[in-house]
Design a protein around this ligand. Structure first.
Ligand code: 5GP
Length: 179
């Protein structure tokens, strides 16, 4: 087995997106957010668990006054979306009148983002936008207006950089795809 291939549970994964490519995209995203949210003191809402590395690397590059909070939802089991989104760790912050930016590691079917957009808008946020690191456009099942989508990928199952396969793989700095 080549050394760069990783094994997690019953699957093997090959290198796909190196860390440098991810941070280049995050730098560009941060520059846009610094400009668009100047004077708005946005609240970034990172969607756990997968987005913790993305959120950390993005926050370090934001130079505007801003806050960060975390929400945890689950819809994936193994390598597939169940279609049902559950809120596992609720958002404590009052979002009324706030400008929110959801930070999502990857958008696949869009069920998670649809659920969160509806939930946060109903709580009286002034605006809610979505920033995602990865998006699989051919898998989307909702009409979503995702203003900040960094890297589009085909319908591959990926791990690394916060993303897991049944709990494993989050710790790798690069993104790998299933073989
Ligand atoms: P959606 O609700 O858009 O179908 O899926 C969003 C969530 O599913 C992501 O936050 C992530 O947790 C998980 N997910 C979607 N695609 C992948 C993938 O390729 N790899 C991994 N590890 N998780 C994924």
């Amino acid at each position: 087995m080549p050394e760069s291939i990783i094994s997690l549970h019953d699957k093997q994964f090959a290198p796909y997106l190196p860390y440098e490519q991810l941070t280049d995209a995050i730098r560009i995203l941060a520059a846009r957010l610094n400009e668009d949210y100047a004077g708005k003191q946005p609240l970034f809402v990172a969607v756990l668990n997968g987005s913790f590395m993305f959120a950390a690397d993005l926050m370090k590059r934001l130079s505007i006054p801003c806050e960060v909070a975390f929400i945890r939802v689950a819809s994936y089991e193994g390598t597939g979306s169940t279609g049902k989104v559950r809120e596992v760790l609720g958002l404590q912050e009052d979002v009324k009148g706030r400008h929110l930016v959801l930070l999502e590691d990857i958008v696949d079917t869009g069920h998670t983002i649809r659920y969160l957009l509806d939930m946060l808008s109903s709580r009286g946020a002034a605006s809610v936008e979505v920033a995602c690191l990865l998006i699989k456009p051919e898998c989307l099942q909702h009409e979503l207006n995702i203003r900040y989508a960094s890297i589009s990928i085909p319908n591959e199952f990926v791990v690394g950089y916060g993303l897991d396969y049944d709990g494993l793989g989050r710790n790798y700095p690069d993104v790998y795809k299933a073989l």
